[in-house]
Design a protein around this ligand. Structure first.
Ligand code: G6P
Ligand code: MG
Length: 220
C-alpha cells in the first residue's frame, strides 16, 4: 500500500530549473561550448559533475579534472548567488499544498534532490519542515537515472520502495524512480516524460486522493 510520496525539488516544487540553466548557459558561453534546449533538458536531475560532463561533450577542448572542478565551482557560485535571493514566493504554485496534502492523507514525505544546495533552498522557500526525510545528496554516489537516491529516500523513511511513489520533472528522474521499483508521477512536458505512470502538467494538478486510488505500485 502507498505509504509515502518522495518529491524531487528543482522543477517540481521550485522554479529553479531555469536558474540552473542560466548558470550553466553563462559558463557555456565562457568556454565557447554550445548550449541549447536539449542540453538543458538532459542536465535535469543529473548531479553537478554529471551535468558538467554533458556540457563538455561538445566543448572545443578537453579539460583536466582540476579544471573541471574549477568549472563546476564557478557554475555553483553563480547558482548559489541566484538562489540566495529566493523566498517562499518562488515555490511553484500548489507546491506547498501538494506536500501538505500527502501528510493530510496520512502518508509520509521525503525529498530526493540531487542538489547539494537542496537544504539551503528548502530553508529559503520555507518548506524545510514539511519533509519527514531529506536525502543528503553529498552521500549519493550514482546520479539519477541510477535508483540510489530514491532507494535512500525510502530507507530513510524506513519503508519498502514498493510502498513509495516518486514525483519528478526529468526523464532521468522517472528512470531512477522506476529502477527503484516505485511508481512515477511526471510533472511537466509529455515529450520529456513519456515513461511516467501518471503525467501532470504541473504540481498544482497533484491530487493525493486521485493518486491513492488510481496509482501506486499496484497500478504497475
Ligand atoms: C538537480 C537539478 C540539476 C542539478 C543537480 C545538482 O537535480 O535538476 O540540474 O545539476 O540538482 O545540483 P547542485 O546544486 O548540487 O549543483
Ligand atoms: Mg528536477
Amino acid at each position: 500500500a502507498l505509504k509515502a510520496v518522495i518529491f524531487d525539488l528543482d522543477g517540481v516544487l521550485a522554479d529553479t530549473a531555469v536558474l540552473h540553466r542560466a548558470a550553466w548557459q553563462r559558463l557555456a558561453a565562457e568556454i565557447d561550448a554550445p548550449f541549447d534546449e536539449a542540453i538543458a533538458e538532459r542536465m535535469k536531475g543529473v548531479d553537478r559533475m554529471g551535468s558538467l560532463e554533458i556540457l563538455l561533450e561538445r566543448a572545443p577542448r578537453r579539460y583536466s579534472d582540476a579544471e573541471k572542478a574549477e568549472l563546476a565551482a564557478r557554475k555553483n557560485a553563480r547558482y548559489v548567488e541566484l538562489i540566495d535571493r529566493l523566498d517562499p514566493r518562488h515555490l511553484l504554485p500548489g507546491a506547498r499544498a501538494a506536500v501538505e496534502s500527502v501528510h493530510a492523507a496520512g502518508l509520509k514525505t521525503a525529498l530526493a534532490s540531487a542538489s547539494r544546495n537542496a537544504p539551503q533552498l528548502l530553508e529559503r522557500l520555507g518548506i524545510a519542515g514539511l519533509f519527514d526525510y531529506v536525502v543528503d545528496a553529498g552521500r549519493i554516489a550514482r546520479s539519477k537515472p541510477d535508483p540510489e537516491i530514491f532507494l535512500a529516500a525510502a530507507a530513510g523513511l524506513g519503508l519498502a520502495p514498493a510502498d513509495c511513489l516518486g514525483v519528478e520533472d526529468a526523464a532521468a528522474g522517472i528512470a531512477s524512480i522506476h529502477a527503484a521499483g516505485m511508481a512515477a508521477i511526471g510533472v511537466g512536458r509529455a515529450d520529456a516524460l513519456a515513461d511516467a505512470d501518471v503525467l501532470l502538467s504541473n504540481i498544482a494538478a497533484f491530487d493525493i486522493d486521485r493518486i491513492t486510488t488510481t496509482s501506486g505500485p499496484s497500478a504497475r
